[in-house]
Every structure is written in C-alpha cells, then in structure tokens.
Design a protein around this ligand. Structure first.
Ligand SMILES: Cc1cc2nc3c(=O)[nH]c(=O)nc-3n(C[C@H](O)[C@H](O)[C@H](O)COP(=O)(O)O)c2cc1C
Length: 186
C-alpha cells in the first residue's frame, strides 16, 4: 500500500462540514490536480468555478429548492422540504466544473477532473463530495441567470461540482463493492 492507493481507497463522500475555511494554497493544488486529469485528445474542455462565498452557494441552493418544491416527483419534493436543505451540505467551498459543449468527451473529461480533485483533497486532509444535483435550477430557464452571475463561459455547461471542506462527519462502514464486476481474460 502506498500513499496514492491509500488516498484512492480512503476517499469518501462527505456531507457535513466544519465552517473552517479551506486554505488558498490547498485549493490551488486541488485545482492543479483537476487541470492535469486526462482528457480526450488533450482538449482540456473544462472550466472551474471556485465559490468560497457561502452567500452565493446559499443562493444556488435556494433556487434548487424552489424548483424541487414544484417537482411532481416525491423524492425531490421531500428533500426540498428538509429545513436543513443545502445542495452543498454546508461546505465552505464548491468547485463547479463546466464542460465545453463542442467537445464530444467533455462529460468524461470533467468527471476525470472531479475525481482527481476529490482524491487530492482527501490526501490534503479535506473532505469532499461529488455533486450533480447542484445544477437543477441553472438548467431551467428561470435559473439560467445563475450561469451569467457565476461567469460560466459561453458554450460551457455546468456538469459536476465538488464540495470541499474539513469534515464534520464520522462515517460508518463502507458499502460493500458489487460482485462479479471484473472479468480477466488470460
Ligand atoms: C456523477 C456523480 C454525481 C453525484 N451526485 C451527488 C449529489 O448530487 N449529491 C450527493 O450527496 N452525492 C452525490 N454523489 C456522490 C455519490 O453518492 C457517492 O460517490 C456514492 O454514494 C459512493 O460513496 P463514496 O463516494 O463515499 O464512495 C455523486 C457521485 C457521482 C459520481
């Protein structure tokens, strides 16, 4: 077991954070790890939006809550009625990763960047959680104004986010891995 493998196996999704800010230096290292993720034809079709202002995260979350409350589906409705509802789970930082809509593999490339950042964060003593539900409102016409406010470049679409901060969670056992997911051809 080396440090890299320990970090890959040790990373968990963290959904409760201390309000302690994340050091600028750590954020820069984490972003660099995202920018060095593999991408198809090395297009690097990503844009990283680092949000450290909780007021901005609260605004995005409140817009999501409004959309979810109007949903026909029971799950989102119930989640949105939680008095502690927060799309970013109280994290002091979120990094939104947007993909260039002209790049055929942007979803895979941006996913690679998020995973690299999550592992880097863990190795630096930080918790993180991969998020897709943060963009519910910004994908709707009524929430599209958020893209401008966040300075998402034209032609880019938010795909994933990574919440980031010091964990305030004591985690239970990991879910077992699914069986029969590997075939060796020898
Ligand atoms: C593409 C993707 C989207 C995800 N979206 C969310 C999300 O919106 N909210 C959330 O709490 N977790 C989200 N997760 C985290 C998963 O729930 C989590 O990775 C999974 O349960 C396994 O747990 P672990 O990360 O601790 O190993 C997402 C993960 C991926 C890969």
């Amino acid at each position: 077991m080396n440090e890299t493998i320990r970090s890959i196996l040790g990373r968990r999704s963290i959904r409760s954070y201390k309000p302690t800010p994340v050091e600028e230096e750590k954020m820069r290292i984490i972003l660099e790890c995202g920018q060095y993720a593999p991408s198809a034809m090395n297009r690097q079709p990503w844009h990283f939006t680092v949000i450290t202002d909780r007021k901005v995260l609260d605004k995005i979350s409140a817009e999501n809550q409004k959309v979810m409350l109007k949903s026909e589906a029971e799950g989102p409705q119930r989640a949105a009625k939680d008095p502690d509802f927060d799309s970013f789970r109280g994290a002091p930082v979120a990094i939104i990763v947007s993909g260039d809509q002209d790049a055929g593999f942007a979803a895979a490339d941006c996913a690679n960047a998020v995973q690299s950042m999550a592992i880097a964060a863990y190795s630096l003593g930080l918790g993180s959680c991969y998020l897709a539900s943060f963009k519910i409102a910004m994908e709707k016409p009524e929430g599209a104004y958020l893209l401008d406010e966040l300075g998402i470049p034209q032609g880019y679409k938010p795909l994933y986010a990574l919440s980031l901060g010091y964990s305030n969670e004591s985690l239970g056992e990991r879910a077992p891995r699914q069986e029969n997911t590997v075939t060796f051809i020898r």
